[in-house]
Design a protein around this ligand. Sequence first.
Ligand code: URP
Ligand code: ZN
Ligand code: ZN
Length: 492
Amino acid sequence: MSAYTYDVVVRGGTVATASDVFVADIGIRDGKIVQLGLDLMPGRREVDASGRVVTPGGVDAHCHLDQPSPPPVRMADDFDSGTLSAVCGGTTTVIPFAAQQKGASLEAAVQDYHQRADGKAHVDYAFHLIVSDPTDTVLTNELPDLIQRGYTSFKVYMTYDDLKLDDGQILDVLDIAKRHGAIAMVHAENSDCIEWLTKRLEASGMTAPRFHAHSRPMLVEREATHRAMALSELIDVPILIVHVSGREAIEQIRWGRAHGLNIFAETCPQYLFLTAEDLGIDDSYVGAKCVCSPPPRDKANQQVIWDGLKDGLFTVFSSDHAPYKFDGSEGKHPNGQQVAFRHIPNGIPGIETRMALLYSEGVLSGRISLEKFVELTATGPAKTYGLHPRKGAICIGADADLVIWDERDLVITNSALHHQVDYTPYEGMKLKAWPGCTLLRGELMWDGKSFVGPRHGGQFLPAGRPSILPRAARDTSPAHPHSLSTKPLEFP
Ligand code: URP
Ligand code: ZN
Ligand code: ZN
């Protein structure tokens, strides 16, 4: 029996949750928060947080780690480097994607992804699924079984040849989500429009990175967002639109919500801090570093995203960390070759900078409240993906995943980050804060300067039923009133 009541006491911090900010000591035992109060008994280890803000460890609900890509392209971060980078930036839970290959089973993707993660992760992790081939077996056997086993979210793509589903296939997947209590995430861009525009641009020799943005204007995102919402309405199941980039998709989501649709939305740092100009204002190739989909828009759209973060449009703020090197043979500039924009791997790194960017430019610049920061970076994603209240919360019984913030001036440089990518899109950006301390299940992982935690102790988290879903899996009422004049059809 230990002489101490607590293994760790985080003492005197200003504790922020998604609903309240208050001064308290946090008592931790066996990796869990067991007490919140003032003047707690001494812990075996004391962490002084007085005068500093304490938030839940971040939950990065959209990141890509060691996700297989067609050779020679390869992600620079695996579970080791990606989760090291995450925890040094204040993220203690990640949810990357087990991606089905067309023609292969979903189960095979999950088994393969576990092998990639097992014994490598430094933070806790759940998996989303990517459904790219919804065969009868996948729909009837694999998905229901996987949902039961703790994989309760899946992403469907409306674009990318090797991943995209047609509308009928998306309806099939949404139907399974409804029947079995899962949440579908939708990458909403109109594939045919992108292909048509891309061919036109290529025929005119417009292949530099900046034309990536021209091939994916906001209308392709707007149309697909509206269509995804219509599909969700037909099945009467909530969906979440991922990586929303700007005004036009947001207008659709606001319209859908005003008409009673259950639409959730995610955005990412690139839509707050980058614009299409970062892809290049001339034909220079360095803009390849910021090629991602949907592309960053313009300054006016950044403000529209800030508004959505503040007013509840967004439930989740994720990194969409998609780590491809610029130099080398496996990334964006393969062996020094300037490839046409269609061949530049899509995605940018950001798993380590996500939390500090939003804390500094959101909270400390007065754009969002501390509670909203916690909701967007931790509580919202944990609730959305069935990990709450174990994750994303500071309450009795939750895992003691905590960030203690250092409010100080700093400049982002890639050399200070821990990912394996050879650049950050935010190089040179001035911030006003960085995590001074990150705890995972009560263990000190990051002390503001170095990774100091136990290595590779990340645990797999089977996800529960997303708490944003209606209570009963087969709940069909009330019907959305505006266009479905009768209750949704019930099929056996
Ligand atoms: O460009 C992006 N966003 N790459 C990552 C894959 C995805 O669609 O999220
Ligand atoms: Zn996507
Ligand atoms: Zn992504």
